[in-house]
Design a protein around this ligand. Structure first.
Ligand SMILES: C[S@@+](CC[C@H](N)C(=O)[O-])C[C@H]1O[C@@H](n2cnc3c(N)ncnc32)[C@H](O)[C@@H]1O
Length: 206
């Protein structure tokens, strides 16, 4: 029964990703179930992650040049990617944002003794941040809302979109699509990185 539920959950995540990427205006229709799904998964989320889940993200972070003072992890879940950014850029102020309140609670619990990492509740389709606020924005296994990602990265800043299992990740967007969507929104210098069982896409904003 649990396996069936997980399979249905993965199928819905795939469906919601396609809807949000192709028809972003329809996102409000699929949002309630996505939020509910991840709220229910939050208490067991860390236990479901394999040790190499963030290898692609970490490999991509290693390529980020330039100072990172402010970073945002979108769809942060329990915060693993936000903590990985803080490890690599100890001087950065890192914010993780997620739509599922229970994910945010779990992440905040892990951040209690961290001065430079915080977590907030918010929707990636309408991020509660000013234009060009971040030097680095990441999204790991998360639906990329391209307009908003492009809006909050500062000129010269970097966007990293990582998928733990590459194309087998339930939430996945092929790199051709990433290149096309980001290219029309001012991003250049694209790089694709493979690590562990997954892949990451790195783009720099003009
Ligand atoms: C597959 S999980 C990935 C979590 C984490 N990044 C990781 O890799 O472990 C997707 C996360 O994105 C969040 N999410 C989905 N849609 C969102 C949206 N529109 N805005 C913010 N968070 C969202 C979910 O609540 C969930 O925590």
């Amino acid at each position: 029964m649990k396996a069936l539920k997980q399979r249905l959950g993965r199928s819905y995540a795939r469906f919601a990703t396609n809807v949000a990427v192709r028809f972003p205006r329809l996102w409000p229709l699929v949002r309630p179930l996505v939020r509910k799904q991840f709220d229910l998964l939050a208490p067991e989320w860390d236990g479901m992650r394999s040790p190499d889940a963030f290898s692609p993200l970490e490999a991509a972070l290693a390529t980020v040049a330039g100072p990172v003072e402010a970073a945002l992890d979108v769809g942060t879940g329990t915060g693993a990617a936000a903590f990985a950014i803080a490890e690599r850029f100890p001087a950065a102020r890192v914010v993780g944002v997620d739509i599922a309140p229970t994910m945010v609670e779990q992440a905040r619990r892990k951040a209690r003794d961290r001065r430079n990492v915080s977590f907030e509740h918010g929707d990636a389709s309408s991020l509660p941040y000013e234009r060009a606020s971040f030097d680095l924005v990441t999204a790991a296994n998360m639906i990329p809302f391209f307009d908003e990602l492009a809006r909050v990265v500062r000129p010269g800043g970097t966007l990293v979109v990582a998928f733990s299992l590459g194309p087998a990740t339930p939430i996945y967007v092929p790199s051709e699509r990433m290149r096309k969507e980001l290219g029309t929104r001012g991003f250049t210098e694209f790089a694709e990185i493979e690590a562990g069982r997954g892949a990451a896409f790195v783009a720099r904003k003009r």
